[in-house]
Design a binder for this molecule. Sequence first.
Ligand SMILES: [Zn+2]
Length: 272
Amino acid sequence: MKFKKSLSILLLGAMVVACSTNPFTGKQTLALVPNSQILPMAFQQYNQFLSENKVVKGTADANMVKNVGQKIAAAAERYLTANGYAGYLTDYRWEYNLVDSKDVNAWCMPGGKIVVYTGILPITKDEAGLAAVMGHEVAHALANHGQQRMSAGQLQQLGAVGVGIATANSENAQIFNTAYGLGSNLGVMLPFSRSHETEADHIGLILMAIAGYEPAVSAELWERMQAQENGNAPPEILSTHPSSATRIQNIRAWAPEAKAEARKFGVTTFKR
Ligand SMILES: [Zn+2]
């Protein structure tokens, strides 16, 4: 268990806790609610989000989002299968949609439900930049970071709430949605911690490299993001993905390792 002792005791005393090892991080993660219950809710909320927003279809940008998304998803499947976790993503229903919005943002719900906002495209600039963002967002979903960013108190409440009741009471539903990165009000989600950002950067680099993109492009992307932050309109994505000066340095240092990992899958050229 990677969790603080007091929290473990609190949780074990308060509820039945299921733990499983995450194949990307090697860490034990809490599974308070099984995927069989979370994912149908995620899928429903994703569809609701799409119905309430303007989905861009058939344009070159929309096709690029689908194309890059499919490559990232395939990279995740290949990586998991090679590491003895074939079938880990069986319940995933990958979907990649471009939504018309000036928000500089992108996210991935549990189950592989991805949204990219048109507002982020000037900063991602090209396919490789988009792959860096999508790899990073998918990494958060694969590492179950959503449910780990709850406070001890919130986790305890969540355990008491359970899925059935979560849908009946708006306050409980909000706790549940925050825990699993769901809900239509995605802009006000809790920020990821520095350690989760680092983890998502690392996993994301491997995914984009296996997908055939130059991982060093990710460093350039976050540099562009920070340049925008120094202006008067900080990108929304930075409010849920707090950046740091060491991020770009880390990414540059990890890029060769990500390419070495990709070569194990026969990937030898990296698009930039
Ligand atoms: Zn992040």
